[in-house]
Write a protein of this length. Sequence first.
Length: 589
Amino acid sequence: MNTPKDAYIGQMLVAGGVLSAEQLSEARNAVATRGGTLSEAIVAQGELSDKQITATIAAQMGLPWLEGIKKEDVDAELVTAVPIVFAKNNRVLPLSLTPTGGVRVACADPLDLNTLDAVQALLDKPVEPVVMSADVIIETINEVYERAGADDDLDGAGVAEEEELTDLIDAEDEAPIIRWVNNLFFEAVKLRASDIHIEPLDKEVGVRYRVDGVLQEARSVKKNFLASIISRVKILAKLNIAEKRLPQDGRIALKIAGKSIDVRVSTVPTSQGERVVMRLLDKQTVLHDISDLGFWPDHYTLFHGLIRRPHGIILVTGPTGSGKTTTLYAGLSQINTPDKNILTVEDPVEYDIEGIGQVHVNPKIHLTFANGLRAFLRQDPDVIMVGEIRDRETAEIAVQSSLTGHLVLSTIHTNDAAGALTRLVEMDIEPFLVASSMIGIQAQRLIRVLCPHCRETYEPTRDQLEELGVAPDNPYVVSHIPAHPVYRAAAAKLPPIQPIEPGKVALYRAVGCPECLGLGYRGRSGLYEMLMITDEIRALVLKNADSNTIKKLAREEGMVNLREDGARKVLQGVTTIEEVLRVTHEDVN
């Protein structure tokens, strides 16, 4: 329906010389037929952009027009006076105080006097409108409200003291429990947490966040709020709120400050009450390139060569949360070209990759890893990624896929690379099939990276160096020349390593500063152990050798284990001795 305001807008666009009378008539007809506003119809027809429309209206009305504004230039105190839902629904944002005591307010529609009057009432100050396009206002709202929320006190012990922080699912509900749960998600995203733990204790409910792989205490609330908190989470995850005796699993799709967050929810009944753990996945996270994963030059060379092989199985091993899926995604992105048909079956699909067919397993309808993998073979694939090899059936199909000319990438839960070979044999896969299909196995762990803003140097003791394995007489870290050609070729990419002299080596340790939230670390990197399947290793697999025997031979051939890779990164100031020892405690031989 064409309104008087639309008529006025149309006149201004024609008077501004950016729209012809014929184009205006077409837009009006579109509004009469399909509804919406005149501006929406003009943009849909491709005549003008939203920026062109708002700039012309601003010029015709004699108002300032801004193409954008930095979030640092927006007054955080003014922002807190205008609810985010109101701001987003009406495309309006207070910017700053004026010399005359008013407030500059960005708006997409300066003709919407009701909204401007409402903002004036909220701020209790006269408003001076400036015009910005709706998209820019929404983007700026997401940024500044995230910043305003980050400045709030999120550590209060009482529910009623919490304030709404974000545009979380754009909920206008002011209920304290809803705000409290929303704050959990907001704070977790702000801290880059991967998991939220809600734990019933004796007299209170504790909350911990896992940041860079380590749990941190965050807040607590009185125990009598537990049932309401759990019910709120269950409602979001579409779980049965009446069922408190059995574990449940669900998922939540959230939008926090413009970011799409996928949350996997797990509830478990305990003696103190139900316990909830939620894993957060940022769907808009930029996928890593393999050069950004912390590979040392020799490991990069080996992995880079493996993913370009035409067929065979590449396995990535390690415990939950060791970055296995991230490594596989990075590898797929590296080889994702138009001449390759790449398919994945995952639980869940964590990140969407353009150009790759990704399938989410669903056991309820019998879409398992094995069934998905079996169907893939009829889709003419070149490369297949299986989220995890959990059972014999999946392992058998993966082996057959590799033997029929496909490159298969997958993960398996073992502590080291050699253990993956024996694990497959334990799944009743014939040793000759394992030996003939496998081309490389990578074990990995994640270590926290020292904060570059506050790390400090110190001189380690000889005992510390020996515990890490970098004593002067250690041949692997200092001057080891690999025996096998495949490792020797990769080691040729390494820079020269200077011998370690006691009393003349300086390492770094964690301190803590505002940049790293006082933790001393910021971000994570990988430790890697690459086991290449050489002819000698295949011979051991055929003899059904145990993992220790396989690992010993691989070490003699030139394989660098996890602790040695960590030692190199300690010497380069990437991380600390404590971090490497924490994640490689079993890797002592």
